[in-house]
Unconditional design. Structure first.
Length: 455
């Protein structure tokens, strides 16, 4: 049996469209997420963490590059199928930096980034062709034939993940384990998760009601159930009437089931590490690319400057080195993940990284670092700053190539999230807390002016 490396292994677990509010460790007492909750109990959990762009490709690109989406992509929207050319991510990714240090690098799960994984530092990759399909999925494999998986793709990903851990247990490895859940389609998941939660168990967020009416959109409900098989393929069964009485409670119950399905994958990963004697010296970072509006403010999907879209979980787990704690005084975001991981293993991040190294906070040495805020931009033109207590946003003109140019409203929104956690009162309209609003407006305008776009 090969010797186990002294360098810590690193696994980044990224869920798709998981907002922080739907985990037990973030205060949801209905949902069952024991494995993720274990990471939080034994690790370091950031109470306030945000995506820097609440859409799939931007969020993922930010994570592996340590740069904002305008800098690493030159756009603010999703890409299509990956290509071999390095059309985005011009600077070193976390996989490339770790590869130079002797790490074996792998992607297992959803990719949805413009350059192919092998182009930006991954030695091995297995990822689904169809971004939003769980059964009957076609998987791309590095330097091999594509294969079609008859069952659920999540089971195949766990098999590949376990095989990679077993095969490379004697040398340090970096795995980007990209979990597709809880992104739609909800109709395409194991029956036990579809029926795990009843509508009667669901506690909806207060901001899903408008004038006493619960958010309802039949078109969006079909997209959540069937995804592209409905809006692109128009398969007949996807256009049949919805079940009688189907509403947001039923939809949210399915979302909960998909979250619990993702949690099961985390449990399988933990067992693989333990069975191979690697648990203590492995860093796991658990997070998400963005959240889900799921009816809040009568909105669905993502890409909005609201808490439901931007708030994500962020947990660092490393039993050998980290003391369990909750971080309540620091705002973290996806752009901070790369420099923080590299610092934890004793490496200075490349100068191209725009995020903050939060390793001293993760190690419990300090309470705050950097600017202590998250800067967020959306393809709809909103650009915002999330501090511990407030969210302030401006609005910019959007170009046809999904960039933004001039500011058209520098007083777009302003919320005091301590007094108004569900963002029901836009303080811009009341001119309350003008001094705070002025300070935040200046910070977001400065960030917008100084943060470069990829040429």
């Amino acid at each position: 049996m090969p010797l186990i490396s002294d360098k810590p292994n690193i696994i980044v677990c990224l869920c798709d469209q998981l907002r922080a509010f739907e985990l037990g460790c973030y205060g949801n007492d209905t949902i069952r997420t024991p494995n993720i909750d274990r990471l939080a109990t034994e690790g370091v959990r950031f109470e306030v963490a945000c995506t820097n762009n609440p859409v799939c490709t931007p969020g993922r690109s930010i994570l592996i590059s340590g740069q904002y989406s305008r800098t690493c992509q030159g756009t603010l929207v999703n890409c299509g199928e990956p290509v071999r050319e390095r059309v985005q991510l011009p600077d070193a990714t976390i996989a490339e930096v770790l590869k130079e240090l002797g790490y074996k690098t792998a992607l297992v799960g959803k990719w949805h980034i413009a350059p192919a994984p092998e182009t930006v530092g991954f030695d091995f990759a297995v990822y689904p062709h169809h971004q939003h399909r769980y059964s009957g999925q076609t998987f791309h494999r590095s330097f091999g034939e594509d294969i079609v998986v008859d069952g659920f793709g999540a089971d195949y990903e766990i098999e590949e993940l376990t095989r990679f851990i077993r095969e490379y247990r004697g040398r340090p490895f970096f795995i980007f384990h990209s979990i597709s859940q809880p992104h739609m389609p909800f109709a395409d998941m194991p029956e036990r998760f579809k029926t795990m939660y009843s509508r009667g168990e669901i506690k909806l967020r207060p901001n899903v009601y408008c004038n006493g009416e619960m958010a309802y959109d039949e078109n969006w409900f079909r997209i959540y159930l069937y995804d592209y098989l409905y809006y692109e393929k128009h398969l007949p069964y996807t256009e049949e009437p919805l079940p009688e009485g189907f509403d947001l409670r039923d939809l949210t119950a399915l979302y909960y089931g998909s979250v619990s399905w993702a949690d099961e994958q985390i449990g399988s990963l933990m067992r693989a590490l333990e069975e191979n004697g690697l648990a203590n010296n492995t860093i796991i970072v658990f997070t998400s690319d963005h959240g889900d509006n799921l009816g809040s403010h009568n909105l669905f999907n993502k890409d909005e400057l609201y808490e439901e879209s931007i708030r994500i979980p962020l947990i660092f787990w490393w039993p050998d080195q980290l003391r369990p704690r909750k971080v309540s005084w620091q705002v973290a975001s996806l752009v901070d993940v790369m420099p923080t991981i590299l610092a934890l293993v004793g490496v200075t991040a490349p100068e191209s990284c725009q995020g903050t190294d939060l390793s001293a906070i993760v190690r419990g040495q300090v309470d705050v670092a950097g600017e202590n805020c998250a800067f967020i931009e959306t393809s709809r033109g909103a650009v915002g700053i999330r501090s511990l207590r407030h969210l302030y946003g401006i609005r910019k003109e959007r170009t046809p190539d999904a960039r933004t140019t001039s500011v058209i409203d520098d007083k777009f929104l302003f919320f005091d999230l301590l007094k108004d956690p569900y963002q029901l009162e836009n303080l811009v309209e009341t001119e309350a807390d003008n001094e705070i609003a002025t300070r935040l407006r200046k910070r977001v305008l400065t960030w917008d002016a100084e943060t470069p776009w990829k040429k």
